[in-house]
Design a protein around this ligand. Structure first.
Ligand SMILES: O=c1ccn([C@@H]2O[C@H](COP(=O)(O)OP(=O)(O)O[C@H]3O[C@H](CO)[C@@H](O)[C@H](O)[C@H]3O)[C@@H](O)[C@H]2O)c(=O)[nH]1
Ligand SMILES: [Mn+2]
Length: 753
């Protein structure tokens, strides 16, 4: 099988954009510092509002310093096929992991499409094994996979024979004319395609019927294992759905279903726990030196992707330059102009590519190819290996290493091969079934290094960033791979509640890392994390903390209007130019990033507006949940985001991009903020404010800020009057109003006292 041609570079240079970016960033920092100077000089004449402004602006200046000193440097790589061909005589095996957790939130048809697209990639089938972890322990998911395996026997040969580009059947059959235009027009092909379409329809109908409750209710045969299983209380269920017994490259990859043991009172560590079980079971069954992991909604969109990634993994000059290969998260059927601000295109384009120039991209949890030995805790250079659990010769040396991997002898034996990138394992899968059940039990990890030194790390709701950080901390570098067409495509959450839940989880998880023992500051001071990589991590890990100054700053203008005071210089003072310039340059600059990435002005507005909403609502709850965790009052949880097969198939939404609400308290801060500003506007218009002393009343600056906040929270304004899911529930409005009244009273109180 040929590696992709070097004439298609995976990376391009971005130095022009970068230099302009730095100049603007430094100028904004300079303005921020001037503003701080101005505040300090005038502080004694003013009240509380100036202190709040000073504190918030200092924080924003700190964030800018992080951004600038990190210097997101873009980098250009070439592909490495030449070098690989000299060294690699045989393609290495790759284990593929798919995680799913809930058949309601993650409909099995989505998982099935992901699995089918991965089984059909251009790679010798006997070198691939696909492991699906089901944390929902759902007979429906299992049944769907069994049916999908039958369909795969037709689908995979069809894709390979006709070189189909979209190998997730639902995407292929929903394909628009453009995607299909390059296709063969022979009648033979057309016939084959029609047969496939019928077969796929049959498959989706079967899964649909089953989810209505008709099939998995009879727990016989293969389904018997699920009869007494409850979601959070069941033994391990491992089923070999497909096995490529003869090791034939043109047949199908192995397909294995895993639902790890769960018992109440035993922590299961959410996705990180699932990944560790997948790592162990695959270590026993196929033990490939490379592992690809994707979320259940992320199908392979580029059939060459495994080859692309191996170009980087095998072709890097030294292994230490490539611990893992991360592909960007890109979404299919994305709503126009990103109304929920979560498609992250600009984020990946600038930040993502920029970090590549330091120590390499962060691990994003999906679309990532790992080296097994790195996951097993290896260090980049061999000297260090002696301190870790295994030597480069592949023998387990110290007692600690035996304990580290747990009590399974077979697992320890198989792990001994990992450092050499070698993959000895029994020839048939069934012979390791018993050991696999053992390593997926809920007590297996007690007194081992899993989650601490080995595997996916525990202790954060963003286990991906934490795991990647642990790898960078050891001094590994990592690589970014963004081929065209994109490697993987997933679903972006749509709707207010789903987006907020996701952002809250991220903010929580990132802050958990910042305050943990594995924080990047420790990693830079005492280990091998590069200084600038540490700054890059800090910039992301402080997301949740940013919500506090931002919320106060957002309140400031309304507070000033209500008490008829000001925090910005007056319109006629020259000093007004400083904040005005920061505001205008910053927004124009952000807009330019969107336009240069090929997005619309509307997309910029939606993103900047959602940033304010996310910060006020989701990130502030992130701070709250970490504080509760630190106080020992509650544990953080991983709430799964809902996946829609296609945003437009929802049917009920006539206004797809419109913000939606639910009963969640997460919308209270946003509602309260909006109500305070509306109160301020009304008070100003009706002249219900105290008389200002001298020239100290609020001015144009405060009014502009209030209008800006109301515009950013426009979805909430519409929500006040909206119906059904488009309306803010009345209980939330009442809670918001109580908070708003408290803020207004407090403002009046501080101004009179
Ligand atoms: O107890 C759990 C919870 C989740 N998952 C799986 O984890 C994946 C990611 O969950 P999702 O709800 O889709 O979260 P997202 O916010 O979309 O995920 C992003 O953020 C996560 C960290 O917060 C990363 O783990 C993901 O890879 C990354 O795509 C899904 O495949 C789930 O099935 C489990 O296997 N077990
Ligand atoms: Mn997801």
């Amino acid at each position: 099988m040929a590696f992709p041609s070097p004439s298609t570079p995976l990376y391009e240079k971005m130095s022009l954009k970068k230099d302009a970016k730095r100049a603007v960033e430094i100028f904004i920092l300079f303005l921020l510092v001037s503003l701080l100077g101005y505040r300090l000089a005038h502080l004694k004449d003013h009240g509380l509002e100036w202190q709040v402004a000073l504190a918030c602006e200092s924080w924003f200046a700190f964030v800018w310093v992080l951004v600038i000193s990190t210097k997101w440097s873009p980098v250009s790589y070439k592909t490495y096929p030449q070098r690989i061909l000299q060294r690699v005589t045989e393609l290495p095996p790759v284990d593929i992991f798919v995680t799913t957790a809930d058949p309601q939130l993650e409909p099995p048809i989505i998982t099935v499409n992901t699995v089918l697209s991965l089984m059909a990639v251009n790679y010798p089938a006997h070198k691939l094994a696909c492991y699906v972890s089901d944390d929902g322990c759902s007979p429906l998911t299992f049944y769907s996979l069994v049916e999908a395996a039958k369909f795969a026997k037709l689908w995979v040969p069809f894709c390979k024979k006709y070189d189909i580009q979209l190998r997730a059947p639902s995407r292929y059959f929903a394909g628009n004319a453009a995607a299909l235009s390059g296709e063969d027009c022979s009648s033979e092909f057309q016939q084959a395609r029609d047969t496939m379409r019928d077969e796929y329809e049959k498959l989706s109908r079967k899964i649909e019927d089953a989810s209505q409750g008709s099939v998995p209710s009879d727990f016989t045969g293969e389904l018997a294992a699920f009869a007494k299983a409850e979601r959070g209380d069941h033994p391990s269920i491992i089923k070999i759905i497909l096995e490529n017994k003869e090791g034939r490259p043109d047949e199908l990859p192995h397909l294995i279903y895993i639902s790890r043991e769960k018992r109440p009172k035993h922590p299961h560590h959410y996705k990180a726990g699932a990944m560790n079980v997948l790592t162990r079971v695959s270590g026993l069954m196929t033990n490939a030196p490379f592992m690809l992991n994707v979320d259940c909604d992320m199908h392979a969109n580029n059939p060459q992707i495994v080859l692309h990634a191996l170009c980087l993994l095998l072709g890097a000059k030294h292994e230490r330059d490539c611990a893992f290969v991360q592909c960007p998260q890109i979404f299919y059927d994305a709503l126009k102009d990103d109304p929920f601000g979560n498609q992250m295109v600009v984020l990946f384009e600038y930040l993502g590519r920029g970090i590549v120039g330091i120590q390499g991209p962060l691990y994003g949890g999906t679309g990532c190819f790992h080296r097994r030995k790195v996951i097993y805790g290896s260090w980049p250079d061999d000297v260090k290996t002696e301190n870790s659990s295994l030597t480069s010769k592949g023998e387990s040396t110290k007692e600690k290493s035996l304990n580290g991997f747990g009590s399974s002898k077979q697992l320890i034996n198989s792990a001994a091969y990992a450092p050499r990138g070698n993959s000895d394992h029994p020839k048939d899968l069934a012979s390791s079934l018993e050991a696999a059940i053992h390593v997926s039990s809920c007590t297996y990890e007690y007194n081992t290094d899993w989650g601490e030194e080995i595997g996916w790390m525990y202790g954060s709701a963003t286990e991906d960033v934490l795991t990647g950080l642990a790898i960078h901390t050891k001094g590994w570098r990592t690589l970014y791979c963004s081929p065209n067409p994109p490697a993987f495509l997933g679903c972006a959450p749509s709707g207010g509640p789903t987006s907020m839940t996701q952002q809250k989880r991220w903010a929580t998880g990132l802050l958990e890392i910042l305050v943990s023992k594995k924080s990047p500051i420790y990693g830079t001071l005492f280990m091998q994390l590069h200084f600038r990589q540490c700054l890059a991590y800090l910039w992301i890990l402080t997301w949740a903390l940013r919500s506090i100054p931002e919320f106060l700053y957002a309140l400031l203008a309304a507070h000033c209007i209500i008490i008829n005071s000001h925090f910005l210089p007056k319109g006629q003072e020259p000093a007004i130019l400083i904040p005005a310039a920061i505001f205008i340059i910053y927004n124009l600059y952000c807009l330019s990033e969107y336009l240069m990435t090929g997005l619309s002005m509307r997309a910029w507005w939606n993103n900047q507006r959602m940033q304010r909403i996310t910060s006020a609502c989701a990130w502030s709850f992130g701070v709250l949940s970490v504080v509760l965790k630190l106080l020992g009052l509650s544990e953080t949880v991983f709430e799964v985001t809902k996946k829609d097969q296609s945003a437009s198939s929802d049917g009920t939404g006539t206004e797809l991009g419109r913000f939606t609400f639910d009963e969640s308290p997460i919308f209270v801060p946003g509602t309260a903020l909006l109500l305070v500003h509306l109160t301020a506007i009304v008070a100003m218009l009706l002249g219900l404010r105290p008389q200002a002393s001298g020239n100290n009343g609020s001015g144009l600056g405060e009014v502009v800020c209030t209008v800006w906040v109301v515009l950013c929270f426009w979805p909430f304004f519409r929500g006040l009057f909206g119906k059904g899911k488009y309306g803010i529930p009345s209980t939330t409005i009442v809670k918001g109003a109580i908070l708003a009244i408290a803020v207004v009273c407090l403002s009046r109180f501080t101004s009179t006292s």
